[in-house]
Design a protein. Structure first.
Ligand code: OKP
Ligand code: ZN
Length: 352
């Protein structure tokens, strides 16, 4: 398989995020990505491919123009206003307020273009997210069309919470959505996005909700108790032409591995029957037992099994990094997935 690295991820260095009313150390630190890359780069599991620049146009296929415009200039505006360090939103246009008029005020626009205050907008957020998308497009480009093949893209920050016109959940540009749309634009008729991150991929779901050319399947912590709280329920099946092309498999916090693997099987069956030309996987590793902010318990046998089952679909498959915050463990978990995918798993037999 091919391996692609976003070597500009380090431009984004969030310091703090809000948790229970306090500013605590940010969770999406550069060290995550350094550990992930160190684990796979020289592991022999794949060949490194350099990222190329495909420009803004592929991002503009899934994000609004005004949002992309805002993101590019936001931190400079913040500094010009006398802000220091990273910027956080403070006010949002929730129910009964208007989101169709863009305020001139910076704080007004921060709220219009965001979903939470847990996502610091740093000086390098745009560069890191832009190059994450370029790395993802490069990975897509490296895939052999129409046959079993794989590419892994190390993006950071993650992307699946970012919507058409908002950031949040540590995400600014939705790399998986950019890739899915680019695959269609390059000739695919149908693309499936399978999201195995602990958190529901609300941005990806919403971007493709009324379309049948992108199937979105997600297994995740139940939004009744888990972030992002306001999307990801089982009754969200798509709308209009997209009805039937969205499948959510919410699992209670603390769900054990057998039930998680059973949900994965259900999601894979849905992908199989859709028969996509390309599969994009939002590969969160925050489902691991070691993750500091999540509550599933996956370990090496399960991560290898994820890789094996994805490979068994025998599709052109783009694995896009999402979450995974156990800095000391994520590298090994990623390697387990990729080894499973390549048939190099060390664990004998399927996990119970
Ligand atoms: C991103 B990805 C706000 C805390 C919010 C957000 C978690 C985002 C996870 N005070 N935490 O899906 O791994
Ligand atoms: Zn996550």
């Amino acid at each position: 398989m091919k391996l692609v690295h976003n070597d500009r991820h380090g431009a984004h260095v969030p310091q703090k995020e809000f948790f229970r009313g306090q500013l605590v150390d940010a969770v999406d630190r550069p060290q995550r990505a350094e550990q992930l890359w160190a684990a796979v780069r020289d592991s022999g599991v794949g060949q490194v491919v350099a990222a190329r620049d495909f420009g803004l146009a592929p991002l503009a296929r899934v994000h609004s123009g005004p949002y992309l415009q805002f993101l590019q200039g936001a931190h400079a505006e913040w500094l010009a206003l006398g802000g220091t360090g990273e910027a956080f939103p403070a006010v949002w246009p929730v129910r009964s307020l208007r989101s169709d008029v863009e305020p001139k005020n910076f704080s007004g626009r921060m709220g219009l273009y965001s979903m939470d205050n847990g996502t610091p907008l740093t000086a390098g957020a745009w560069a890191a997210a832009y190059w994450g998308a370029q790395a993802t497009l490069s990975g897509l480009d490296s895939l052999a069309a129409g046959k079993a093949d794989g590419a892994y893209v190390l993006t950071r920050p993650p992307g699946h919470h970012a919507g058409r016109d908002f950031f949040g959940g540590y995400c600014f540009v939705n790399h998986a959505a950019v890739a899915a749309q680019a695959a269609l634009d390059r000739g695919a008729a149908r693309v499936a996005v399978l999201d195995v991150d602990y958190h529901h991929g609300n941005g990806t779901q919403a971007i493709f909700y009324d379309r049948s050319d992108v199937l979105f399947v997600s297994l995740h912590g139940d939004p009744l108790t888990e972030y992002p709280f306001y999307l990801g329920h089982a009754d969200e099946r798509g709308e209009g032409a997209g009805l039937g092309y969205n499948l959510n498999l919410p699992l209670a916090a603390g769900t054990g591995n057998p039930a998680w693997l059973a949900a994965l099987e259900e999601g894979l069956a849905c992908v199989r029957s859709y028969a996509p030309d390309v599969l994009v996987v939002s590969l969160g590793l925050d489902t691991s037992a070691e993750d500091p902010i999540c509550s599933f318990s996956l370990g090496r046998p399960e991560f290898e099994e994820v890789g094996r089952r994805l490979a068994a679909l025998a599709l052109p498959t783009l694995l896009v990094q999402e979450g995974g915050y156990a800095v000391q463990a994520v590298g090994a978990h990623l390697l387990s997935v990729l080894r499973g995918f390549c048939g190099q798993g060390r664990q004998q037999g399927a996990p119970k």
